[in-house]
Every structure is written in structure tokens, then in C-alpha cells.
Design a protein around this ligand. Structure first.
Ligand code: FES
Length: 168
């Protein structure tokens, strides 16, 4: 490519990026943009106390991992193959639940998550629901395993299997 063609190409790319950024600013709140570009708590946990994997109707999957200490969520992480808003939802939700009691975390709703993110466009409302459903499923799994006396080692083994296999 000649020098002139290369600089035309660079200019076209810059313009394209500018349009993408502008479109994003018009569509999403600053919080959603921040959390999706710089997600917090992203990653699988190797030995969680509980976790859940839920697939939404859109086909995307959310995983949430919890470390529980004395009835409170000491650490929460997430992984998803979903869209940017889903990354933002996982990031915000796993940040908000840290330090909450299991009961408090169980009461979080997708409306509250959307509010914490400064709102979501209509077509992304289900992304917040997927994140919250996954959290609730991880909490339910924790309660079930406490009731069944299922050893933490078994949960860690299952999480380890998931890490090795991946799903995407
Ligand atoms: Fe599937 Fe966002 S589009 S979770």
C-alpha cells in the first residue's frame, strides 16, 4: 500500500471508530460503556463455593461464581459469551453483591441492576435478567448444597470441569 493510500485508510478507520463511539454514546449510559469496556470481576473461579451457568433465550450464556464467608458473599466473578450490555450487567452485578448477605443478594432484581447501570435500552433488558437469573441460580445452588451436605470439593470439581471444557 502506498503512503497516501495508507493514510486514507487510517483516516477512514478513525472516522469509522468515531461513528461507532458516537452510536454507543447515544445508545448506552456512561456506566454501561464503562463497565463493558473495563469489566470488573471477569473470570472463572477455580474453587468457588457455588456457581451457576444459565443460557438466555438469545442463546448467550452467563456464568456466576461465588465465594461465601459466614453467610456473606466474599467474592463474586462472572464469565459470559454475550453482548456488551451483558458484560456490563455481569460486571456491575458481581461488584454490587460483594459483602451482601445471601438473603440480600437473593432480593436483587433486574430492575435494580438496570437502575445501577443508568438504564438499558429496551432490546438489552433481557441481558440484565440473564445476569440476575444466574446470580439467583448460584445462590439456590449454594442453599441446595448446604442442605444436601454436598462437599465443597465436589463443587470445585464441577467448576474445574467447566474451566477445562469451556463452552465457547
Ligand atoms: Fe444475549 Fe445480551 S444479547 S445476553
Amino acid at each position: 500500500m502506498s503512503k497516501a493510500a495508507a493514510s486514507d485508510f487510517d483516516r477512514a478507520m478513525e472516522e469509522l471508530q468515531r461513528l461507532i463511539d458516537e452510536e454507543e454514546r447515544v445508545t448506552y449510559s456512561p456506566q454501561v460503556i464503562q463497565e463493558s469496556h473495563f469489566p470488573q470481576n471477569l473470570g472463572r473461579m477455580s474453587a468457588p463455593d457455588a456457581f451457576a451457568v444459565v443460557r438466555g433465550w438469545c442463546g448467550d450464556t452467563m456464568e456466576i461464581y461465588l465465594r461465601v464467608d459466614d453467610g456473606r458473599i466474599a467474592q463474586a466473578t462472572f464469565m459470559t459469551d454475550g453482548c456488551g450490555p451483558t458484560v456490563a450487567c455481569g460486571s456491575k452485578l458481581t461488584s454490587v453483591v460483594q459483602g451482601l448477605s445471601l438473603e440480600e443478594a437473593q432480593q436483587i432484581t433486574s430492575d435494580e441492576l438496570r437502575t445501577a447501570l443508568g438504564g438499558l435500552p429496551e432490546e438489552s433488558v433481557h441481558c440484565a435478567q440473564l445476569a440476575v437469573n444466574t446470580l439467583h441460580e448460584a445462590l439456590a445452588s449454594y442453599q441446595r448444597q448446604s442442605r444436601d451436605g454436598r462437599a465443597r470439593a465436589e463443587v470445585a470439581r464441577q467448576a474445574g470441569d467447566l474451566m477445562r471444557q469451556g463452552y465457547h
